[in-house]
Design a protein around this ligand. Structure first.
Ligand code: NAD
Length: 260
């Protein structure tokens, strides 16, 4: 492993991905920030992370819906920093609708961004990690990788898929000093969750506060949102020496949701 580890976090200009980027930077990693939007604000995020934590950070645009851009992201990161030690597959989107009303384009985009992108980035990163003799892959799945909810067929299918991908990759790389695990958050109040509140209100015929209380946090026995910082700290742990023998499994950060 290089003396300073390099971490790629897909979809890291917002929400959970941004918190993971900050947490890994605080742990001393050089950081590759990614999104598909390529705005001035996106680009400024890398500078802020570098300044705050005294590491190097770059912004690399790549659309996780496009296989070629997923693979190129890993190659560009290795070209920039000389290694890819940590890969966090975090980019994800959501669309809430009954299955018969779910647009085909939304199904295809969710499967591409939430599942297939991880296949492409992992496939590109593993040869580099094998050469280095070490590596950490963390896939941000969801409680919906373990259980289902109505009106989220594409999301639940993609998240269950990434759990299977996580286990399979773990078996393939276990003798190479590489681990592959998933983190399964429950509800975390990020822009992704904010954006689905209106659709949930429509699907369930409820107002905003009732959706939050009865639909979202009703599933979370703690009755509290998980925080982005808690997800970041969980990823840091999975990337630490203490987690070297944790492989092919998941950590739920869901306030007890999936214990039921
Ligand atoms: P968010 O909407 O705040 O952030 C999503 C990030 O992904 C953004 O940086 C966005 O630019 C990026 N992104 C979206 N489409 C992309 C694409 N095509 N290419 C590259 N980047 C793209 O979402 P979040 O809530 O922080 O979610 C992050 C991950 O955590 C997702 O995989 C989501 O499914 C998962 N998750 C979230 C929650 C939650 O409650 N927020 C719960 C469980 C799992």
């Amino acid at each position: 492993m290089a003396s300073t580890r390099t971490a790629i976090i897909t979809g890291s200009t917002s929400g959970i991905g941004l918190a993971i980027a900050n947490a890994l930077a605080a742990d001393g990693c050089n950081i590759v920030v990614n999104s598909f939007t390529d705005t001035e604000q996106d680009k400024s995020i890398a500078g802020k992370i570098a300044g705050r934590h005294g590491v190097e950070a770059v912004y690399l645009k790549a659309d996780m819906a496009r296989p070629d851009e997923c693979r190129a992201l890993v190659e560009k990161a290795a070209g920039t920093f000389g290694s890819v030690d940590i890969l966090v597959n975090n980019a994800g989107i959501q669309h809430v609708a009954p299955i018969e009303e779910l647009p085909v384009a939304k199904w295809d985009a969710i499967i591409a961004i939430n599942l297939s992108s991880a296949f492409h980035t992992i496939a590109a990163a593993i040869p580099l990690m094998k050469t280095a003799g070490s590596g950490r892959i963390v896939n941000i799945a969801s409680a919906h990788g373990l259980v289902a909810s109505p009106f989220k067929s594409a999301y639940v299918a993609a998240k269950h898929g990434i759990m299977g991908l996580t286990k399979t990759v773990a078996l393939e790389v276990a003798t190479h000093g590489i681990t592959c695990n998933a983190v399964c958050p429950g509800y975390v109040l990020t822009p992704l969750v904010e954006a689905q509140i209106p659709d949930q209100m429509k699907a369930h015929g409820m107002d905003r506060e009732t959706v939050i209380r009865e639909v979202m946090l009703n599933r979370q026995p703690s009755r509290e949102f998980a925080t982005v910082e808690q997800i970041g700290a969980t990823v840091v742990f999975l990337c630490s020496p203490a987690a070297a023998q944790i492989n092919g499994t998941h950590i739920s950060v869901d306030g007890g949701w999936t214990a039921a």
